[in-house]
Design a protein around this ligand. Structure first.
Ligand SMILES: Cc1cc2nc3c(=O)[nH]c(=O)nc-3n(C[C@H](O)[C@H](O)[C@H](O)COP(=O)(O)OP(=O)(O)OC[C@H]3O[C@@H](n4cnc5c(N)ncnc54)[C@H](O)[C@@H]3O)c2cc1C
Length: 307
């Protein structure tokens, strides 16, 4: 036995120093070959996908490092389901999806591997998209007894359904997962979580001509993100995503709008606000505002801390 850091490079410092028996890279090496030396000497097994936990390598145990041979990522464009190997790291998944304008609710770091998905996966986007595990569409791998499994959401029954349910949360306890199909989401970091239609009061004197805005988009200067028939383009960003503009008043309270209406009535040169009914005086834009702000914070965090 020798120190593993020459053989197993992992972020977790406890695992870095583990004295292990062996590292293997292929599930089949020991599961499918009854005669293999590994099967004979096999006692306990650690699985490593991202290697961010102390469970990926332990003193005296064999580690199956999935990162080398189970790291493929493929997006099925028709279904927007991405298939990842059991050793894929979340940062690689995000980088891949970004190129296809898709995203996935990863956690606060790009370091964790498939273990993040298999152990639940709480994301800042979970309020909108659920846990990472809620987005599993299919799974392939081996049970502890060596049985190969290939399961798809809503296409299982009987024992397979029980295994499907158990895998969703407890996979690391009784299986080696070699492939996971994941639902992806449209990736505009700010608007992807908004409803297709939302309300936001617009109280302003001037606007920006639609044609000019569209020309700026064609020229690659702006991304136009939200449009209202009466108010034109109201949310847009510069192409480098460093500046975001919202021409509406998501931050306003009802009282503030009413006070502006009364103020402008006296002046007589400002049209009444759009998307606001002074007779009802109800707020209908709070969730739009909160979600946009939450997404913006998350986006800034990703840009500054994860890149
Ligand atoms: C910096 C940092 C930030 C984090 N942020 C979040 C967060 O925001 N939200 C959150 O929910 N969690 C977060 N975590 C926790 C992280 O998601 C878990 O520790 C996760 O289990 C790590 O997975 P891994 O693949 O990196 O680790 P590993 O140590 O490789 O694996 C973790 C466990 O999963 C098992 N496992 C891994 N891959 C497989 C597989 N293919 N088949 C079967 N079993 C497998 C392993 O045996 C091990 O028990 C964070 C962790 C770190 C280090």
């Amino acid at each position: 036995m020798k120190k593993n850091h020459n053989l197993l490079e992992v972020p977790n410092i406890n695992s870095k120093d583990a004295l292990f028996k062996k590292i293997i890279y292929n599930v089949e090496d020991f599961l499918l070959n009854d005669e293999s030396e590994l099967t004979k000497e096999f006692e306990h097994l650690c699985i490593c996908s991202g290697g961010t936990t102390s469970s990926c390598a332990k003193n005296g145990l064999i580690t199956l490092d999935l990162r080398k041979n189970y790291n493929k990522i493929h997006l099925e464009k028709e279904t927007n389901v991405v298939t990842i190997g059991g050793g894929v790291i979340m940062g690689d998944l995000m980088n891949y999806l970004e190129k296809h304008n898709r995203s996935f609710p990863i956690g606060l770091s790009k370091l964790p591997g498939a273990g993040y998905v298999l152990t639940g996966g709480v994301s800042p986007l979970s309020r909108a998209y659920g846990l990472a595990i809620d987005n599993i569409e299919s799974i392939k791998g081996f049970l502890g007894n060596g049985t190969f499994i290939s399961l798809k959401k809503n296409q299982t029954s009987g024992d397979k359904q029980l295994i499907w349910e158990a895998i969703k949360g407890a996979a690391p306890f009784f299986s080696i997962i070699t492939e996971i199909g994941l639902k992806t989401i449209q990736s505009n970091p700010l608007m992807g979580t908004q409803d297709d239609e939302f309300i936001c009061p617009q109280s302003r004197f001037a606007g920006l001509p639609d044609l000019d805005m569209e020309k700026a988009q064609t020229e690659g200067k702006l991304n136009l993100l939200a449009y209202g028939e009466n108010v034109g383009y109201t949310i847009f960003e510069t192409n480098d995503q460093k500046q975001l503009m919202h021409l509406g008043h998501p931050e306003y309270t009802v009282h503030r709008i009413i006070s502006e209406i009364n103020r402008d009535k006296e002046k007589g040169d400002v049209p009444p606000p759009e998307n606001f009914d002074i007779n009802s005086s109800k707020t209908a834009w709070r969730s739009h505002r909160n979600l946009l702000f939450q997404q913006w914070l998350w986006f800034c965090y990703q840009q500054v801390s994860l890149n």
